[in-house]
Design a protein around this ligand. Structure first.
Ligand code: ATP
Ligand code: MG
Length: 329
């Protein structure tokens, strides 16, 4: 029999994510970079942390965002969107001078992406521990950590402070490594510290080997066991257009095939998948059902232009599940 959900129940308090909130502007033609004038669409609400938390709330989980925006329309676009979806925005700081962060993205012909970012030199770079943050953390039930933010000193300090406070009140932690390139030495240490506090790990592709880096000839099964040995109870491996697999520490393995959809804009799939999965598990759903919702959230997201545009409500995800064919297992 499968072990019960390792995540704190939703009623303990909101799932919290600390990180970037951005406005995203997308090139409408395929090609290389931004060196010439070209047609663009946007702004769209964005930022990995914001996408995750919006999908978590739309799925029906309680959710709170910790971030910083400028006192400008890009900031208001994001806070209005999150507030409309009933995300707790009380710990989003509004910086009086610095603008909201931005990301310009253009797809190349082979699906690779070119970005121009202004994230850490924007309001997002000033994120700090305020009384509003203290208040949200004091009533939070779960912390979701996005690996890229481990590289930012000011966010790492907040995560390091928040995680034990949330765990001390019976809360739990999930970690999406969100990192395909080599980790810096610095970040490797932080990742190792974080994984010791993690209940649910959400890697994609080779990220499953991040905590066994340097050990040669290790296969997926060994890597999974090495992660369980560090105290993680559940690992959900995201496999892009193939689907996802959940490994539980009692040995149960659950595969979920992908929905067959036309990919328009893959940005945000991993965050939507994670937001839906964490919400579903915290609401008490079993692994197989949670994976189905999460795969539907990832699939729906890639069919729409704009990273947060495809985040689906529970009813919208149920519609995807009802009408969309899936790969054979
Ligand atoms: P990101 O690029 O946002 O970091 P990721 O690498 O963390 O994403 P993916 O594996 O790309 O995560 O996507 C997460 C999930 O979304 C997949 O497990 C799958 O269920 C769904 N998904 C992603 N891309 C597609 C697709 N093209 N078709 C169907 N489902 C998809
Ligand atoms: Mg990812």
């Amino acid at each position: 029999m499968a072990s019960p959900t390792p995540l704190a129940p939703d009623h303990l308090g909101p799932t919290v994510c600390i990180g970037e909130i951005l406005a995203e502007i997308v090139a409408t033609t395929e090609g290389v970079g931004f060196k010439n004038p070209q047609p663009l669409v946007g702004p769209y609400p964005s930022g990995a942390a914001a996408i995750f938390i919006d999908q978590c709330r739309r799925m029906g989980g309680s959710a709170a965002m910790i971030g910083a925006v400028g006192d400008d329309d890009f900031g208001r676009m994001n806070t209005d969107r999150l507030a409309r979806d009933d995300v707790d925005v009380s710990a989003i700081a509004i910086h009086p001078n610095l603008p909201t962060g931005t990301a310009f993205v253009r797809y190349q012909n082979d699906g690779k992406r070119d970005f121009v970012f202004n994230v850490w030199t924007s309001a997002a770079g000033t994120l700090s521990w305020t009384p509003a943050v203290e208040d949200v953390i004091a009533r939070a039930g779960h912390l979701h950590v996005i690996g890229t933010s481990l590289a930012r000193d000011h966010i790492w300090q907040m995560i390091e402070r928040a995680a034990p406070l949330i765990k001390a009140r019976g809360g739990t932690v999930s970690l999406d490594p969100n990192q395909r390139k080599e980790l810096t030495k610095d970040t490797e240490g932080r990742f190792a510290k974080m994984i010791l506090q993690t209940d649910l790990l959400l890697p994609s592709g080779d990220e499953i080997f991040l905590s066994t880096k340097g050990i040669s000839e290790i296969d997926e099964t060994d890597a999974i066991h090495a992660i369980f040995a560090q105290g993680v109870c559940e690992i959900v491996l995201k496999r892009g257009d193939v689907g996802a697999t959940c490994f539980q520490s009692d040995g149960t393995i659950t595969n979920a095939p992908a929905f067959i959809v036309k990919e328009v804009d893959p940005t945000g799939a991993g965050d939507c998948f994670g937001g839906a999965y964490v919400a579903a598990r915290r609401l008490g759903m079993a692994v197989a059902e949670s994976l189905t919702y999460a795969c539907a959230a990832g699939a729906r997201n890639v069919t729409m232009l704009g990273p947060m545009e495809g985040a689906g409500t529970r009813a919208q995800l149920e519609n995807v599940i009802a009408i969309t064919p899936r790969l054979d297992l």
